[in-house]
Design a binder for this molecule. Sequence first.
Ligand code: DP6
Length: 344
Amino acid sequence: MSKKVGIARAHTNIALIKYWGKRDKDLFLPMNSSLSLTLDAFYTDTKVVFDDALTADAFFLNGQKQSEKENKKISQFLNLFREYTGERRFACVESLNFVPTAAGLASSASAFAALALATATALDLDLSREELSTFARQGSGSSTRSLFGGFVEWDMGTGTADSMAHPIDDADWDIGMIVLAVDTGKKKIASREGMEHTVQTSPFYPMWVETAARDLQDIKDAIAQRDFERVGQLTEHNGMKMHATTLSANPPFTYWTADSLRAQEAVRQVRMDLNLPAYMTMDAGPNVKVLCRASDMDYLVAALKEYLQAEQILTSLPGCGAYVLLETDWQESERSFSRGVEHD
Ligand code: DP6
């Protein structure tokens, strides 16, 4: 019994009602509950091997050994599971990110969800996905939601045991998302630092917490009624409110660039010209995501090409929850990765 192996895939998710701010930094307890859409086009595959022969944890991302700093994050995350199970061995973690370079999407959501499921599989843990999401949360908050597919809520909970995600709806009613990747560079202010600074200094922040709770209730009602326009309006308004808290922080900052504003303008123009429902949201970076009808995606993309380059426009349908992979799947992943299938 010298090795234990677990492999898993998790898709990324985009929040429609944002998680923005922590009430407990160490436990990753959020200030507000959030709701997201899991996307099938972007995912992370991760293999975890606990091995007697190792004298330290090791972390390889896209085939490259990672820095001490990255390694430490992974080690601390594995410690949660070691403490829970009594496992003493170190592990080798290999991850492949299937996120097109052009997407410029942060991959921490899919990364920690895949790592949580792969680790739980390696250690034969009998946890529900909800329970597993409380582990994922402590790697990166947004990863909590990537354990599930479709529309997913992360309930802020009362403490670490019940701050967990759960699925709301499969999103199988003609839902799509377009990513306008205007800038693919690394983010200048990580979401972690950005949200902390905002909580501490923005006079608008209490209003964010208050209205996010209302937005969440409203969007859940709208999803239950399959009222797409209402879901979209709430998404756009909530995202703008989140960004308003960064502008009102002290010193102020923004994730938007001139290109983000141009992309936003393009969305406004196109939805007016085509008279189609399409609603934007942005995260802790310059790219714009557009929630739309899957059946409208081709028309919207064609019209957006008037304003953006074709390779800046990516599309996705709703994705499924995280799942376990077999060794043969992993080998296939490695092959497609080295063949240069879209990745970063
Ligand atoms: C703007 O999950 O990246 O994308 O918990 O500190 O790792 P940490 O932050 P992270 O924050 C995501 C913020 C967001 C909104 C969201 O995804 O809900």
